[in-house]
Design a protein. Structure first.
Lengths: 355, 592
C-alpha cells in the first residue's frame, strides 16, 4: 500500500502531460480533459453548490430552502443513470426528495417523505425508482424506514422498516436486489426492490453490537458488479465485501471512520472517503487490497463520486465547524490530488454529471 | 420567461428555476438558458360550486410540454357575499402540495368545507390557488352556501343595542325573534352582519367588532325578517413609538434567540455568515451585560460544537442557562447546560447528547429543573423530550411525546401545560402536571389540539385571559399571528388574526399587565399590539397596533449588516430587548 502525502492546496488544473501519461498507463482510461459538473449538498446552508468538474470553479447555488429561518440539511445527492435528472434529499424540517432536470438545474418536483432524517438516495439502474433511508439517529435500536419512490411521478410506492438506522439503500446493477446499510444494528439487509420485502440479512462482523449500540456501524454501500457488495464500516474502520448471499468475501482496513464508497468500474478501483482522518483509500476491486491511502488535507471527507471517463474521483468534505466544506479532485490512477475547492458548509454528498 | 395563460394560469418556461448563477457558465451547457419546453399549469375549472354536502373536487392539469413542481396549493380565507372574511369556516384541501406534475398529467384535489364555528346563512367563497416557485400559476373560485333555515314569518328585534362603541372593542349584541302569532321563538337561528361591508366583523353569536371609526349598522336577520342598529364607532386612539436606546453588535455572525435575566442577556448564533471574505458559523453563545440599555456590553462568548445555536433559555432563578445545538461536527447534537454563577461568563456544566437528541435540538424551555427539549425530525422518535436537570451535570430523560404528521418546532410551558408549536400538526396542548388530563412531566397527556393553517412556529399562553398567541412562519403567503381562545382547554378555537404584509412573524413576548403583545416580524421589525379586552376578527384593522419600528433598512433578512431582521423580543426592566439576526442585540424603549 502506498501512503501518499497530499500535494499543496490550490492546484486547480490537471497538467496536460499527466493526461498523456494517463492514456498510456491507465486501464480503460481515456485522455479527455476532466469535464462535467459537480453537485454538492451543503448541509449547513440549505443549498446545492454547483461546480465545474474540470477545476472546481463555482458555477452557482441551487437553494433547497423550504424554511429560510431554519436549517434543514441537504444530504444525499444522485444523478440519474441517463444523466437527465438530479435528485437530492433534505434531511430535516420536512424531510423530502427534490428532483431537478439536467442540464438546466430546473426544479421539477419535491416529495415529502414523512421521515425524521432522509439520508442518501439510491437510484435503480433504469432510473425509475429511488430509495431513501430514514437515518434517524435518535431512534435508538428501533427499526427505521426505507421508502421506494416512483421517480417519474414522485410518489411513494413502498415502505419498510428493515433495521435500525438505515443510511444507504442501493440497488444492484441489475436492479434485482436492494441492499440497505443499517448503521445502528450492524447489519446489511437485502430487500426486494419493488415491494421492499426482505430477502435476507447479514451481520457485518463476528461480534455485532445490540441494535442502537453498533460496533461496526455500516454506513454506505457500493456494488462491485452484480454479485459483490462493498460496505463501509465506520465503527471498525474497514470495508467489508459481501456476496449476494451475505457471505463475507473480503474485509480490509481503511482509514479512520470510512463514510461513502464508490466504484470506478473502468479502472477497477474503489474509492473510500475516510471521514475520521482526512484521507481517501483506493482499493482494487478484484482483490480489495488497499492500494493507496491519500492524505486529502481536508477535514472530514464524506462523499465520493466518480467520473469514469477521466478516472477522477471527487471526494466531498464537511470541513470544520468554523470553516467551509468542499471537494477534492483525486486522480484515481496516481492517487494525486488535482485540486481542492472550498464549496458549501458541512458539505455532505457529491454527484457528478457529464454535461 | 413567464406568460399569462387563461383563467388565472401562467405558462412557465422551463428555464432553470432555482439556479442562482454565480457567474456566466463557461460553455453554456449547464446554465439556466437551455430551453426544455413549457409547463402550463391550470385548474380544470375556474369556478367550483359545492353542493349540500359541501365537498367536491377540482382537477389540476399540466397541458404544457415540461414537468412542473412542486406545486403548492392554498385555500384562501372564506369570505361572505360582501367579501368579509369569516373564521367560522375554511376550505380543506386533500393535499397541500403536488410533488410534480409531468407534461400532460393531472391530479384531482379534494375540497371540503370545515365549519370551525357557525357561519350564518348566506353565500360564501374562497380562492384556491396553485403556486410554483412562489408564483401563483392557477386560480379557482370555490363557493358554497349556508341555507337560510325555514322561518314561517315572524319578526326579529335587537335588544338593548349599543349606540356607540370603540374601534376594536368587542360588543355583544342580542336579539329576540317572535313568530307570526307573536310567540317568542326559543333559540332562534340568527344571522349577524356589519354594514357597510368591511366595516367590522360579526360573530355567529352576535359579538360585533368595528374596524374603523365612523358609523356602522349592525344587522340581525331571522329568515326574511331583519332589524338594524346604527352605531357610532370612536377611534381606538392609540399611539406610540419605540426609541432605540443602544445596541450591541454581532457583526461576524447571524444572531438567533435571546434571553435576559437580571443585568445580563444571552444570545445564540445561526448558520454561517460571510463578512469581507471571512466566514463565521453559528457555534457561539454570546453573553451580555445589559445593565445599561444605552451601552450593552459583550462580556463573553462560549463556543459550542454546533453550526446553529438556535435557542437559549435561562432558569427562573438565574442559576442555569441551556443552549441548543444543531449540525454538530460529531453528529452528537443536544443541549449544553451552563452555570451562571458568574453571569457575565457562563461556564459549561456539560454537553448533554443523549442519542435521542442527536438529530438536533431546535428549541428548549426550562420549567424549574425540568427541561423541555424540541428534537428535529418528523418521525415518532422525534418531537418533545422532557428532561430532568436536577443534577445539571447528569440530565435524565423522563418522557417523550410526538404529535404525528409533522415536526415539532417550539414549546412553552406554563401552569403545568405545554404548548407545542407542531408545524403542520398545529398547536398541541399537553398536560405535564396541570391536572386537567392527569398528565405529568414523566407522562404527558394530550389535552387538545387545533390546526391553524400549518407552519405553526411559536406560541405564547396567557392564562389570565385564556388566549394563546400563535405565530405561523410562512415565508411565502406570508405568515400571520393567530389568536386561539383556550378558555375551554379541551376545545380551543381560533378567534382572531393579525397580519403585517411583506414578511412573516417570528417570536413573541407578552406584557401581561399592560396587555401589549410584542411581535418580532423579521424584516418588518418589532410590532406592539394592544391585546386588551376581547379579541375577535382581523386585529390589524382595529387600530390596535400601538407602535412599530423597522430600526434598520429593508435589506436582506438575514444578510445585510444594515437590514432589519428581528428574531425575538423580550420585555425586561422596562425596555424591549430585541435579538436581530443581522445586527445582534438592541434595546428599545416603548414610548407608550
Amino acid at each position: 500500500m502506498r501512503r501518499l502525502a497530499s500535494p499543496g492546496a490550490g492546484l486547480r488544473k490537471r497538467p496536460a502531460a499527466a493526461c498523456a501519461v494517463l492514456a498510456l498507463a491507465w486501464p480503460g482510461g481515456g485522455c479527455s480533459e476532466p469535464a462535467g459538473t459537480l453537485y454538492l449538498t451543503s448541509g449547513a446552508s440549505d443549498a446545492i453548490v454547483v461546480l465545474d468538474a474540470r477545476d472546481g470553479a463555482h458555477r452557482g447555488n441551487i437553494p433547497l430552502d423550504r424554511r429560510p429561518g431554519e436549517l434543514d440539511e441537504p444530504h444525499g445527492i444522485e444523478v440519474s443513470p441517463d444523466g437527465r435528472h438530479l435528485y437530492a434529499t433534505l434531511a430535516h424540517g420536512e424531510p423530502s426528495l427534490w428532483k431537478f432536470e439536467l442540464p438546466s438545474n430546473r426544479l421539477v418536483g419535491r416529495l415529502s417523505l414523512g421521515m425524521a432524517g432522509a439520508a442518501r438516495v439510491g437510484v435503480s439502474p433504469d432510473g425509475s425508482t429511488g430509495y431513501v433511508p430514514d437515518f434517524e439517529r435518535g431512534s435508538g435500536g428501533l427499526p427505521g424506514e426505507v421508502v421506494a419512490v416512483d421517480l417519474v411521478d414522485l410518489r411513494i410506492t413502498a415502505r419498510a422498516r428493515p433495521c435500525a438506522g438505515p443510511h444507504d439503500a442501493r440497488p444492484d446493477p441489475t436492479g434485482a436486489t436492494l441492499a440497505v446499510a443499517c448503521s445502528l444494528s450492524d447489519e446489511v439487509v437485502f430487500l426486494d426492490p419493488l415491494t421492499l420485502a426482505e430477502l435476507g440479512r447479514a451481520a457485518v462482523g463476528a461480534a455485532p453490537g445490540a441494535p442502537g449500540s453498533p460496533r461496526y456501524r455500516p454506513l454506505n454501500l457500493a456494488w462491485v458488479g452484480p454479485d459483490l457488495l462493498a460496505v463501509t464500516l465506520a465503527g471498525s474502520s474497514e470495508v467489508l465485501v459481501l456476496d449476494r448471499d451475505g457471505a463475507e468475501r473480503a474485509r480490509v482496513a481503511v482509514g479512520d471512520h470510512p463514510a461513502e464508497i464508490a466504484e470506478d468500474a473502468r479502472s477497477g478501483r474503489l474509492i473510500v472517503a475516510n471521514r475520521g482522518d482526512g484521507t481517501a483509500s483506493i482499493l482494487r476491486s478484484d482483490t480489495f487490497a488497499e492500494e493507496a491511502r491519500v492524505d486529502l488535507a481536508v477535514e472530514h471527507p464524506h462523499g465520493v463520486a466518480v467520473d469514469p471517463e477521466t478516472g477522477t474521483a471527487y471526494v466531498s468534505y464537511e470541513g470544520r465547524v468554523e470553516g467551509a466544506g468542499g471537494v477534492v479532485a483525486l486522480d484515481i490512477r496516481t492517487g494525486r490530488v488535482a485540486w481542492r475547492s472550498p464549496a458549501g458548509y458541512y458539505t455532505l454528498g457529491v454527484a457528478f454529471a457529464a454535461h | 420567461m413567464m406568460a399569462r395563460g387563461g383563467h388565472g394560469m401562467r405558462r412557465l418556461a422551463a428555464l432553470g428555476f432555482g439556479l442562482v448563477a454565480a457567474g456566466a457558465c463557461s460553455d453554456g451547457s449547464t446554465g439556466p438558458d437551455a430551453p426544455e419546453g413549457e409547463a402550463n399549469v391550470a385548474f380544470g375549472a375556474a369556478e367550483v360550486t359545492l353542493g349540500a354536502a359541501r365537498t367536491g373536487q377540482i382537477e389540476l392539469r399540466n397541458s404544457g410540454t415540461a414537468a412542473a413542481g412542486p406545486i403548492e396549493l392554498r385555500a384562501g380565507q372564506v369570505r361572505d357575499a360582501a367579501g368579509q372574511p369569516t373564521l367560522a369556516a375554511r376550505i380543506d384541501l386533500s393535499q397541500e402540495e403536488v410533488a410534480t406534475l409531468n407534461a400532460g398529467a393531472s391530479r384531482t384535489i379534494g375540497l371540503t368545507v370545515s365549519e370551525t364555528g357557525a357561519p350564518p346563512p348566506g353565500a360564501y367563497g374562497a380562492d384556491v390557488t396553485a403556486h410554483l416557485a412562489g408564483e401563483q400559476v392557477a386560480l379557482a373560485r370555490v363557493s358554497f352556501s349556508v341555507p337560510v333555515p325555514p322561518a314561517e314569518g315572524g319578526t326579529v328585534s335587537l335588544e338593548g343595542a349599543a349606540a356607540s362603541m370603540r374601534q376594536g372593542d368587542v360588543v355583544a349584541f342580542a336579539a329576540a325573534a317572535v313568530d307570526s302569532a307573536g310567540a317568542a321563538i326559543s333559540d332562534p337561528l340568527l344571522a349577524w352582519r356589519v354594514e357597510p361591508a368591511g366595516a367590522g366583523f360579526a360573530a355567529a353569536d352576535g359579538r360585533i367588532v368595528a374596524y374603523a371609526p365612523g358609523q356602522i349598522r349592525v344587522v340581525v336577520s331571522y329568515g326574511s325578517a331583519a332589524d338594524t342598529a346604527v352605531v357610532q364607532v370612536a377611534a381606538r386612539g392609540l399611539s406610540g413609538a419605540f426609541t432605540q436606546l443602544g445596541a450591541g453588535a454581532v457583526p461576524e455572525r447571524f444572531t438567533s434567540d435571546l434571553w435576559a435575566h437580571g443585568s445580563h442577556a444571552y444570545t445564540g448564533t445561526w448558520s454561517q455568515r460571510i463578512v469581507a471574505g471571512d466566514t463565521a458559523v453559528g457555534n457561539t453563545l454570546v453573553a451580555w451585560n445589559i445593565a445599561s440599555p444605552t451601552a450593552p456590553q459583550r462580556t463573553d462568548s462560549v463556543r459550542l460544537d454546533a453550526r446553529v445555536v438556535n435557542d437559549v433559555k435561562v432558569s427562573s432563578d438565574g442559576a442555569l442557562a441551556v443552549a441548543t445545538h444543531e449540525v454538530s461536527s460529531d453528529a452528537r447534537n443536544g443541549v449544553t447546560v451552563l452555570d451562571l454563577s458568574s453571569p457575565a461568563h457562563p461556564a459549561v456544566v456539560g454537553r448533554f447528547t443523549d442519542a435521542v437528541l442527536s438529530p438536533g435540538v431546535h428549541n428548549v424551555w426550562i420549567d424549574g429543573r425540568t427541561l423541555y427539549v424540541v428534537v428535529d425530525g418528523a418521525s415518532p422518535a422525534s418531537g418533545l423530550y422532557i428532561v430532568d436537570i436536577s443534577d445539571p451535570a447528569n440530565p435524565e430523560v423522563l418522557s417523550h411525546f410526538y404529535a404525528g404528521s409533522s415536526f415539532l418546532h417550539d414549546v412553552l410551558v406554563r401552569d403545568g401545560l405545554a404548548f407545542l408549536s407542531h408545524w403542520n400538526a398545529g398547536l398541541v396542548i399537553l398536560d405535564v402536571g396541570n391536572g386537567i388530563a392527569g398528565g405529568s412531566a414523566a407522562a404527558p397527556v394530550e389535552v387538545s389540539r387545533i390546526l391553524l393553517g400549518g407552519q405553526t412556529h411559536n406560541a405564547w399562553y396567557w392564562p389570565a385571559r385564556g388566549y394563546v398567541f400563535v405565530g405561523e412562519e410562512d415565508f411565502v403567503a406570508p405568515g400571520i399571528m393567530h389568536v386561539v381562545d383556550v378558555n375551554d382547554l379541551l376545545a380551543p378555537v381560533e378567534v382572531a388574526t393579525f397580519r403585517v404584509p411583506g414578511d412573516t412573524p417570528h417570536n413573541f413576548w407578552l406584557d401581561e399587565s399592560a396587555a401589549v403583545l410584542y411581535l418580532a416580524w423579521y424584516a418588518n421589525g418589532l410590532r406592539a399590539l394592544d391585546v386588551s379586552g376581547a379579541l375577535l376578527g382581523e386585529l390589524e384593522k382595529q387600530g390596535r397596533e400601538i407602535a412599530s419600528l423597522r430600526y434598520g433598512t429593508a435589506d436582506a433578512c438575514p444578510g445585510s449588516t444594515s437590514g432589519t431582521c428581528t428574531w425575538a423580543p423580550q420585555l425586561h426592566a422596562g425596555n424591549v430587548w430585541v435579538s436581530d439576526m443581522n445586527r445582534g442585540l438592541i434595546a428599545l424603549r416603548p414610548d407608550f
